[in-house]
Design a protein around this ligand. Sequence first.
Ligand SMILES: Cc1cc2nc3c(=O)[nH]c(=O)nc-3n(C[C@H](O)[C@H](O)[C@H](O)COP(=O)(O)OP(=O)(O)OC[C@H]3O[C@@H](n4cnc5c(N)ncnc54)[C@H](O)[C@@H]3O)c2cc1C
Length: 590
Amino acid sequence: MAGQQCLAYASFMALVFSGVHYKEPAQSTAAIPVEVDFVVIGGGSGGATVAGRLSEVSKWQVLLLEAGPEEPIVQQVPAFSTQTYGTAKYDWQLKVEKTANDVTGVIPRAKMLGGCSAHNGMVYQRGVEADFQCWEKAGAKGWSFKEVLPYYKKSEDNLDPDVAKNTAYHSTGGPLGVQRVPYQDANARLLREAYKEGGYSEVDLNGGHDEGFAWSQTTARQGQRNSANTAFLLSARSKRSNLHIATGILVKKVNINAKTKRVESVEYTDPKGASKIVKARLEVILSAGTYLSPQLLMASGIGPADQLKKAGIPVIAPLNAVGSNLQDHVMVMSLPSINFSKTAVVPTPKQMNQHAQQFKKGTGPLTANGLNSLVIRTKSPLQPSSDARPYVQVQHAIGWQKNQNLIPYCKVDTPTANATTCYYNAVTASVVLLHSQDAGSVQINTTNPYGPPLIYQKILSSDQDVRAVAAVLKSLTETLRSSKSLQRAGATVNLPAAGAACGGQAVGSQAWYECVVRANGGSSWGHGVGTCSIGSVVDARLRVLGGVSGLRVVDASVMPCVPSGNTNAPAIMIGERAADFIKQDHGVKA
Ligand SMILES: Cc1cc2nc3c(=O)[nH]c(=O)nc-3n(C[C@H](O)[C@H](O)[C@H](O)COP(=O)(O)OP(=O)(O)OC[C@H]3O[C@@H](n4cnc5c(N)ncnc54)[C@H](O)[C@@H]3O)c2cc1C
């Protein structure tokens, strides 16, 4: 970058960060207590929520141990959302073992206070009634939509009056800010018109509508990210001396008395590499997420006995279901693409300054992370007829010409990391399969049981899945290609790229779209759940089964069926619910 640009960029970033409401706390150096009432392992969506809520009981000492650092300031700016992806400091970069049809090598998982809620796409979705029927069928008694809705509302501070007035579904005043992306650029607005024209109704997907098209609600406040950390911990830790938070602490295992099966303590490594123990007087709460919670259970002696024996870990509770039932949404990338003739442009220094000023006020392009502002959720005509859940979600991302490297925040490799301030001339629509027939697993690495687990994931191995996605892709492409609004604006809609193998099919036919879906593969959408499911690993109050006492799992891993939508809000809801269970079980009014 030339010197002058460098200066302009540096002062731009300083200006943007001066508008951020959050002040990054210093990394914790305070001594970790040797004994507390509750130890929460992992400060992500589930862990931050439950720890914050438990600390409301002033007589309880609550310790939260998080492997990663404090949530960095850059995460507060939605347009910079993905800058920490793939960095060793902030991302676990979990490797997926190769399986026949697996195309993902690495899964991004946040390693910071706030967990994935601090680096995700911020989309706020709760799932639909039929999702929770699936939970109940799997053994999650008392988790119907009617019963979980009060917990979604308990967290929520909905900041859009037209949405909030639907009080049957929404509420205000909770710690978690929820608002629609405050900014849509000209191309996003055009797409919105195109979908309306194509017969998609614009609805509130969290307001009783299973299907439709939405201007996305996000976990944000005044255009800035609201993670589970900033919602549930930030203010609590400054006010409550009974809430202890330690970052940079890697938990190794939970120590459980082999005779009584009662949890006693948690073993961790401090930042200097020393091995330490903290005793838990009442309970340990495991909130390390879908991949690392089952790993920690297994490292602590709870899991499939054969795997544990091979790893040399004494078996405390032989629970075969630990690590199985890994479910995820599957994204079929970048289909189709829309080229716009009128585009956003590389901003001048004056415009950048304006964007920073707008951001301070909660508006402007820096409050948006690409075209995540538009979401479609729909059933597929070819999904199993007995399944009432929506099967496909459509998301959008920005594409741009290669030479746009004039300012660093345009010069990034992943589409959603750009601000809509950057020059771009294409948008891609990606279809996401919400209910794959494939299930993967998380297994302990028998040669390195305390290291990252082995993750096995299959993708698009079922013909029915391919058919269901292809049918939606076909109608989506046809909608966009016949849109008068797009045509009037001079936008062209390209057919999805087809692999050479699709040459034998009639272009545009269902068979051709199926071939296109297979040729474009799929990848994890970051929404893995199910590896410590309610009904098989934990009971309906999230207590670990197998005769173990004093141990719960509170994160996305307990969801027995993946919801029809993004998974952050459900993980936070689980944290809220768990806090009430724990309070009730220890005689405190919830
Ligand atoms: C790239 C990406 C984009 C996403 N986008 C969206 C979106 O737009 N909307 C949405 O709703 N959902 C989204 N999700 C999914 C959603 O964010 C997650 O499902 C949710 O945050 C999971 O919450 P959790 O509590 O289960 O785990 P996490 O939030 O992952 O928290 C687990 C925490 O435990 C810590 N931990 C793990 N092991 C240890 C250990 N041994 N010792 C100490 N600490 C440990 C981790 O560092 C982490 O902070 C996205 C996910 C990803 C990865």
